[in-house]
Design a protein around this ligand. Structure first.
Ligand SMILES: C[S@@+](CC[C@H](N)C(=O)[O-])C[C@H]1O[C@@H](n2cnc3c(N)ncnc32)[C@H](O)[C@@H]1O
Length: 330
């Protein structure tokens, strides 16, 4: 019955056998009926497929793995808001999970006894294949139609990509989160305020310098709150969270270049890759600096920060995320 292709070169039956053996907690929470009913959706691809499919997922995946601590501050703040009582014994679905960035970072920064069990979800076959190869419990599914069974999760998180869910599908995706949450469970949605420097980073820099473009709509505070209410959530709270990208190197100059290289690789800014014979990094630095966004506008002139840190130098791109949480009523 589950003999259709679910992941590239892998049938649903083969995936389920491996999931039962290696990730029993995820397997027990999957709805096999929903997996069958959704069989027409598994060829859906996103811009995060590999370059063989015209996507920008290859460099994204490699960069995440190379810099697992770059977004630690934001990721930790998201989990603190999602699970205020701590993560021990809790099950969290990371709906737009890519190749498992949140799992990877949380495992590096959290004592094992306090770590929630994180299930990575994603629509892109190449992301899911990579996350599974890294040993993370992962499921290929669309945010709009999850494969988790009803009331199986304590937390559901949409982060670092919510703008990729088409506007008309957003309430459907949140209703799906509501369905899979236990009563009292919490959803968290992270994205960026439309027209803010960080949102413009996507609409201007990614649109111009990637090969895929970036045609996505971001959020407003009121619109995000309304979405959560419409999906049935209670106790909806919206706030801003400081969510920078930070990398480290041995000197201040190297830290600058490391940050610019990180941003070019992570976001596949192919048209900004180094060209010989130019003052390339100075040009990239001038181009990207106006998109830094501080939580508190304190009038600093040079918004990308470079500072000594633990015997090395850190380079920090300030970003401010919009974060909403809501509870499935008890
Ligand atoms: C920017 S990446 C973020 C990945 C990861 N959360 C991180 O921070 O590194 C966004 C991810 O969302 C996935 N995605 C986009 N639209 C989706 C949808 N409708 N359902 C499920 N996944 C989706 C993409 O395939 C991609 O892997």
């Amino acid at each position: 019955m589950h003999n259709f292709e679910y992941l590239p070169g892998v049938t649903a039956a083969e995936y389920l056998d491996a999931c039962r053996a290696h990730h029993p907690a995820l397997y027990e929470r999957l709805s096999l009926d929903r997996m069958l009913a959704n069989r027409g959706t598994y060829q859906t691809s996103t811009v995060f497929e590999g370059s063989d499919k015209g996507g920008r997922g290859d460099t994204y995946r490699q960069t995440q793995v190379r810099y697992p601590l770059a977004r630690t501050r934001g990721i930790k703040a998201l989990f603190d808001a999602l699970l205020p009582g701590g993560g021990a014994g809790k099950y969290v679905l990371d709906v737009l999970g890519g190749n498992g960035t949140l799992t990877h970072t949380m495992r590096l920064i959290t004592p094992p006894a306090e770590l929630p069990e994180i299930f990575t979800g994603d629509a892109a076959g190449s992301m899911v294949t990579d996350a599974l190869a890294r040993g993370y419990p992962t499921v290929r599914q669309l945010a709009q139609s999850l494969l988790l069974a009803d009331q199986t999760m304590d937390g559901v998180i949409f982060a670092y990509g919510t703008h990729h869910v088409p506007v008309p599908d957003r309430v459907t995706a949140l209703r799906e989160a509501h369905r899979v949450l236990r009563h009292g469970g919490r959803v968290l949605v992270q994205d960026f305020v439309e027209h803010s420097p960080t949102a413009r980073w996507y609409s201007e820099v990614l649109e111009k310098y990637t090969l895929t473009g970036h045609d996505c709509v971001h959020f407003t505070e009121a619109g995000l709150a309304e979405l959560l209410h419409e999906a049935g959530f209670a106790d909806v709270r919206v706030s801003k969270v400081y969510d920078p990208c930070v990398v480290w190197a041995d000197s201040a100059d190297e830290a600058w270049v490391e940050l610019l290289q990180y941003l070019i690789d992570l976001f596949s800014l192919e048209r900004l890759r180094p060209k010989p014979g130019q003052d390339h990094w100075r040009m990239v630095r001038d181009l990207l600096s106006p998109y830094a966004e501080h939580l508190v506008d304190d009038g600093r002139l040079d918004p990308i920060l470079v500072y000594p840190d633990g015997g090395r130098f850190a380079a920090e791109l300030p970003r401010v995320a919009l974060v909403a949480t809501g509870e499935r009523p008890a």
